[in-house]
Design a protein around this ligand. Structure first.
Ligand code: ZN
Length: 364
């Protein structure tokens, strides 16, 4: 299915009997014009995306103008169907866009991989998608039933596979930003997917550490860390048949939890059905504990670490990192001088302390 301006939309259903999936998008939408490009920072060996068209994107509309609610009562939104379980569509204000759907990059070549000289520029090819977790505007993912969260996992898996098939995509990143405190511009429960035309710096860093450990020990670094956390126990927040959740011993954020499957897999599509079901329960457990910490729902970033599409598939270990800027009931942590200037995090909360609080909050 396509939206009025040609962007793709995909529905994921809890049962297959949904009759309303072919509802056309009746809006009169101009094709998206994106001007995204990536620039190479020779000083740090990293890419930066420059996407000036995003300045005009919708910012916190009132609930009755929400573009992610289904189209009902004559009001047309980004989702043409009158109801849905999970819906995924291409972002109208993408940081990266595919050469075929974007006027800004159409006809140009894919990414120039090797920068030359003291700078490098390439079209910001890739893809950005919005994942609507539910049609219910007021139910965050932490309050959805496990089978609905499992459907979200299936949507992530499907999109990871489909986007990984695009020729210019090197890495697929599924994530959720929640809370105005961290700059969320739409209140409807949703996540995003970025398909990058390069392997991200964070992933490169994790893979290099894993590679060094493997060369030294012939073992998996993440598997060894999981075993050591389970043996120690002081930072473990939750254990289930297939998943383990703990606060990392060098947590950067005042609230930070990592979830790993007990079996090493490169990405979400490689998870078995049982592992996906069990993840839904484990994730809900962690999110609800986080929400119970303070009187208000915790603002957080939830970030999936998946293997690159083409490289280091056997080295990577799938994991989800959830973290929050809230350091006390009424205080936020800002990335100030040391963090933003030097990349050195200063955490005011000990990881053991926050793990104990989360274990307690889970039973509250
Ligand atoms: Zn909504």
């Amino acid at each position: 299915m396509s939206l009025a301006d040609g962007r793709e939309i995909v529905y994921f259903d809890l049962d297959d009997s949904r009759p309303d999936r072919l509802v056309p998008d009746l809006r009169d939408l101009a094709p998206t014009t994106t001007s995204s490009e990536i620039r190479y920072d020779v000083l740090t060996d990293e890419w930066v995306a420059i996407a000036s068209h995003r300045q005009s994107r919708t910012h916190l509309p009132p609930t009755d103008e929400c573009p992610l609610c289904p189209s009902r009562n004559g009001r047309q939104t980004e989702v043409p169907a009158p109801d849905y379980d999970v819906a995924v569509f291409e972002n109208r204000f993408p940081s990266f866009s595919s050469p075929t759907s974007s006027a800004g990059t159409s006809g140009s070549n894919p990414v120039v991989v090797e920068p030359h000289g003291l700078s490098g520029r390439a079209p910001g090819v890739g893809r950005c998608e919005v994942v609507c977790f539910t049609s219910d505007h007021d139910t965050p993912i932490s309050q959805l039933p496990p089978e609905h969260v499992r459907l979200v996992v299936d949507a992530w898996a499907d999109r990871t596979e489909r986007l990984g098939e695009l020729p210019h995509v090197e890495q697929v990143f599924c994530f959720e930003n929640r809370g105005e405190e961290i700059g969320v511009t739409l209140g409807h429960p949703h996540g995003q997917i970025y398909a990058y035309p390069f392997v991200t710096p964070r992933t490169k860093q994790l893979l290099e550490a894993a590679r060094r450990h493997r060369e030294r020990t012939w073992r998996s670094l993440v598997a060894d860390v999981i075993a050591s956390e389970l043996a120690d126990g002081s930072r473990v927040v939750h254990e289930s048949e297939h998943w383990v959740a703990f606060v990392p011993s060098a947590a950067r954020w005042p609230v930070e939890v990592h979830l790993y499957p007990r079996r090493q897999v490169p990405d979400i599509p490689a998870l078995s059905g049982e592992e996906r079901d069990d993840f839904a329960r484990a994730y809900l457990h962690v999110l609800q504990a986080m929400d119970n910490l303070y009187d208000t729902p915790l603002p957080y970033i939830s970030a999936w670490h998946q293997a690159p599409v083409r490289t280091d598939r056997e080295l990577a270990y799938l994991g989800l990192q959830v973290f929050s800027v809230r350091r006390a009931a009424n205080k936020l942590k800002y990335l100030a001088g040391s963090e933003s200037g030097m990349g050195v995090f200063v955490n005011d909360v000990t990881p053991e302390q926050i793990a104990a609080q989360l274990r307690e909050a889970a039973t509250a």
